[in-house]
Design a protein around this ligand. Structure first.
Ligand code: AP5
Length: 215
C-alpha cells in the first residue's frame, strides 16, 4: 500500500488481511510496538518518528525481513508503510527474489493534504490490536475504548499538525518517487482514497479479483 500519511493505508490493509486471510505487516505498527516495549530498535527509531522523519533504511530492512519470515506471512501479506524509499524497494525486490515470492501489485491511495490534516487530527488508534478509528467518521461504540479488544484508545505522538506537515514533505521527497518505480514495473494501480472506507475496499477488491482471474 502506497500513499501519503493518513491516506487510509492501515485501514485498508487491515480489512484486506481479514478478507483474504493474509498477514497485515505495518512497518509503523511494528516500530511503535518496539518504542512502547523500549527495545533497542525502539530506542533508536523513536527520535526519527517524533520528528516525522524516516527511520534509517537498515533498521527497517532487518525488522521487515524478520517479520515477513514469520509463519502467518506464508499465505501472503499486505505491506503497509513499507517500502518507503527507492533503496527499500530495491531491497524488497532482492528479499522477495531470494524467498521465491513476487509482488502482485502496488495500490496507491491518493488523498489531498487538507483532507489528510482533517483525518489525522481526529484519528484514534488502539495500542494493543492496532485498530484505527476517526472521531467524526468512524468512532468507537464506547468513547475512548477499542470495540475489538477493550483497550483505551490513544492519539499517536506524530499527529500534531507541524509533525504531520513534516511527514507530508518527507513523503513527497522520499516516498513519492516509488510511484514511478512501480509504474515502470507495471505494478501500480491508483485508487481515489477520498471516497468512503467501504467504497475504497470494494475498489481494491475489484483489482485483486481481476489480478486473480488473470493468473
Ligand atoms: P506509519 O505508521 O507508516 O504512518 P504513515 O505512513 O504516515 O501513515 P499513517 O499510519 O499516518 O496513515 P494511513 O495511511 O495508514 O491512514 P489510516 O488508515 O490510519 O509511519 C509512522 C512513522 O514510522 C514514519 O513517520 C517513520 O518515522 C516511521 N516509519 C514507518 N515505516 C517506515 C519505513 N518503511 N521506513 C522508514 N521509516 C518508517 O487512516 C487515517 C485516518 O483516516 C483514520 O482516522 C481513518 O479512520 C480515516 N480514514 C481512512 N480511510 C478513510 C476514508 N476512505 N474516508 C474517510 N476517512 C478515512
Amino acid at each position: 500500500m502506497l500513499g501519503p500519511p493518513g491516506a487510509g493505508k492501515g485501514t485498508q490493509a487491515s480489512a484486506m488481511a481479514r478478507r483474504w486471510g493474509m498477514a497485515h505487516i505495518s512497518s509503523g505498527d511494528l516500530l511503535r510496538d518496539n518504542v512502547r516495549e523500549d527495545t533497542g530498535l525502539g530506542r533508536r527509531a523513536r527520535p526519527y518518528m517524533e520528528r516525522g522523519e524516516l527511520v534509517p533504511d537498515q533498521l527497517i530492512l532487518d525488522m521487515m525481513a524478520e517479520r515477513m519470515a514469520q509463519p502467518d506471512a506464508r499465505a501472503g501479506f499486505v505491506l503497509d508503510g513499507f517500502p518507503r524509499t527507492v533503496a527499500q524497494a530495491e531491497a524488497l525486490d532482492g528479499l522477495l527474489h531470494r524467498t521465491r515470492q513476487e509482488l502482485d501489485g502496488v495500490i496507491y491511495l491518493g488523498v489531498p493534504e487538507e483532507e489528510i490534516l482533517r483525518r489525522l487530527s481526529g484519528r484514534l488508534t488502539c495500542p494493543q490490536c492496532h485498530t484505527i478509528y476517526q472521531v467524526d467518521t468512524m468512532p468507537p461504540k464506547v468513547k475512548g475504548t477499542c470495540d475489538k479488544c477493550g483497550s483505551a484508545l490513544e492519539q499517536r505522538g506524530d499527529e500534531q499538525p507541524e509533525v504531520v506537515r513534516k511527514r507530508l514533505r518527507v513523503y513527497e521527497e522520499q516516498t513519492a518517487p516509488l510511484l514511478a518505480y512501480y509504474q515502470s514495473k507495471g505494478l501500480l494501480r491508483e485508487i481515489d482514497g477520498t471516497i468512503g472506507v467501504e467504497r475504497v475496499l470494494e475498489a481494491i477488491s475489484r483489482l485483486v479479483q481481476g489480478a486473480r482471474e488473470a493468473v
